[in-house]
Design a protein around this ligand. Structure first.
Ligand code: ATP
Length: 279
């Protein structure tokens, strides 16, 4: 069963368009959405959640978005949040009436587990605690599906690691699905099963992380040497001061033909940068 099936999604803003987005996410997997600022990640997430109008079809667990479906999704968005003077108990009261499946005990368990201060006003929370609170709220109604827009951005590595641990706990349930957008590609290396890369409103690729890291390589070469390689393997190249980095595909076949070539295993960040900035 697909957690999400997006077909022919188009969305036009004045100076930006999502163009023919087709994307599937299997239930029980973690999908990371990457792309530079303004690539369209938030617009895709808002389309899924019915927060913007769009053209195309989006099915969640095989159905159109409905109130019931929405209640089964834990959501973390970037947007502003609580009245600044509220404390945890005030926030909990507001939310308990807003969510049908709200689990007060579980919410307080999460607050304790995430070490969120209970007697501090929201405005005095650190950025990390604000994000952990948003995640606790998303988790408290026991969703099977989490959709998070940049849950780790602006946070230090220790808090990011804590947040990834929260996600690891969540996906212990084999039905649990996560879709999250990020610029922090190293987080994806830790947790994502699949990665979708968006650039200027279009999907460049949507692949399993293993396939991505296995299929692509970074060829370290030079202006003279690069001419010796079959261009069918070379997707992008970037000239550095003393050498050229080229993104190649079908790495195994390439290495069979050119066993002496210097090819490194890429990071997701290198793949993204070469796609964006390479020629
Ligand atoms: P970031 O990583 O910076 O959050 P993103 O990949 O999430 O970027 P979006 O927020 O989806 O990108 O924005 C994509 C483009 O759409 C941007 O150029 C943005 O300015 C534009 N955009 C977003 N919302 C609106 C709106 N309500 N009206 C007009 N343009 C918009």
């Amino acid at each position: 069963m697909k957690a999400i099936e997006i077909k022919n999604l188009y969305k036009d803003y004045k100076n930006f368009s999502l163009k023919n987005i087709n994307l599937e996410i299997d239930k029980g997997t973690v999908m990371g959405l990457i792309g530079e600022n303004g690539a369209g990640k938030t617009t895709i997430i808002k389309s899924i959640l019915g927060l913007v109008n769009y053209k195309g079809s989006i099915k969640i667990l095989g159905e159109d978005l409905s109130k019931e479906i929405k209640e089964g999704i834990g959501v973390v968005l970037n947007e502003g949040f609580f009245t600044e003077t509220l404390k945890i108990k005030d926030i909990e009261k507001v939310l308990s009436s807003a969510y049908k499946n709200w689990d007060k005990n579980y919410f307080y368990d999460l607050i304790k587990e995430f070490k969120i201060p209970e007697n501090t006003k929201y405005k005095e929370f650190s950025t990390g605690n604000k994000m952990k609170l948003k995640i606790a709220i998303a988790l408290a109604p026991h969703p099977k599906f989490l959709i998070l827009d940049e849950p780790t951005s602006g946070l230090d590595p220790v808090i990011r690691d804590e947040i990834l641990d929260i996600f690891f706990d969540f996906i212990k349930n084999e039905d649990a699905t996560i879709l999250f957008s990020t610029h922090i590609t190293s987080d994806l290396e830790k947790i994502a099963d699949y990665i979708t890369f968006i650039s200027e409103g279009e999907i460049i690729f949507s692949k399993s992380k293993e396939e991505l890291l296995y299929n692509y390589g970074i060829l370290r070469t030079s202006e003279e040497e690069i001419k010796e390689y079959d261009p069918k393997f070379i997707i992008k190249r970037k000239n550095n001061t003393y050498n050229i980095d080229a993104l190649i595909e079908n790495k195994e076949e390439f290495l069979r033909i050119y066993p002496d070539a210097l090819v490194d295993r890429p990071t997701i960040e290198e793949i993204m940068i070469l796609f964006e900035r390479g020629k």
